[in-house]
Ligand binder design. Structure first.
Ligand code: SAH
Length: 264
């Protein structure tokens, strides 16, 4: 059990909402604040990306409330979810809004927080380990490396309508940082790769696809930038894509495979 006093953890006050990042999958990557929230929440409103192993850590008796897509039914809209959070808080619940990765990295945490502000509901934001950082670490790929890159770009391959974000200056993204990490990009990979190459990225640059990162089902596919669309065929989701020379470090740094080998 975690020691709330030693860790200086705040009380989860009834009638408040905590917007919490659950990290990319491995329950060991939860923060102490996230564990504390799971231990005290009355209601847990969670997304599809939250690992089932993490939900099992919720207080027995907590109401688990799924806010994602299910069985082909349309997912609740963002206003629906925000309204649900407000309703639960007004009913005096300790409401844990649990999201995959970090709540504010391509996770609409800001939108929900704004709705809570508008409704006068007290809230706290608990950051989580985002998929790009946790996923690359578990793939043995440092997201920055001194000899390789002093900058990294996180970019989404999807806009809210599901298309490649046209408002992005892909040529500038291609030139901007030696390492690019793409979220939600598998579906539009041919299009995105074409834009990056047109923007000046070398087609033979190393790249990787990390599927279901940090879970027992993690899979890594290595390819060149040009080969990425072919490499993505059949890859499991969720997946992040990384482009840049740091991918080569995996040859030496695949600690997860080394640990599995030692355990055999
Ligand atoms: N808030 C989340 C991102 C939500 S967007 C975060 O900070 O990580 C959803 C995208 O995140 C997915 O399409 C995928 O690109 C990425 N993602 C989330 N969890 C992942 C995982 N375990 N492995 C690989 N990619 C993941």
């Amino acid at each position: 059990m975690i020691d709330s006093a030693l860790l200086n953890l705040p009380e989860f006050v009834p009638g408040s909402v905590w917007l919490v990042g659950a990290g990319p999958g491995d329950p060991g990557l939860l923060s102490a604040l996230a564990l504390h929230a799971l231990a005290h929440a009355d209601a847990v409103v969670y997304d599809a990306l939250v690992d089932p192993a993490i939900l099992r850590l919720a207080r027995p008796g907590a109401a688990l409330d799924y806010a994602g897509k299910r069985g082909g039914r349309p997912s609740p809209t963002q206003p629906d979810i925000s309204a649900r959070l407000v309703r639960l808080a007004r009913a005096g619940r300790r409401v844990l809004r649990l999201k995959g990765g970090d709540p504010c990295v391509f996770g609409r945490g800001g939108e929900e927080a704004l709705a809570l502000v508008a409704a006068g509901i007290p809230f706290r934001i608990v950051p989580g380990i985002t998929a790009a950082i946790g996923g690359l670490a578990y793939a043995g790929i440092p997201v920055t490396h001194r000899d390789t890159n002093s900058a990294v770009t996180f970019v989404t391959g999807h806009n809210s309508g599901g298309a490649v974000p046209d408002g992005l200056d892909w040529a500038a993204i291609a030139r901007g940082a030696p390492v690019l990490v793409l979220y939600m990009a598998l579906q539009h990979l041919p299009n995105i790769v074409a834009r990056l190459v047109a923007g000046g990225r070398a087609p033979d640059e190393p790249a990787a696809i990390v599927s279901r990162a940090t879970t027992a089902a993690q899979q890594v596919r290595i390819a060149t930038l040009a080969e990425l669309p072919a490499a993505a065929v059949g890859a499991e989701t969720p997946a992040i894509v990384v482009v840049g020379a740091v991918v080569r470090l995996r040859e030496a740094l695949d600690w997860l495979a080394a640990a599995a080998e030692r355990a055999r």
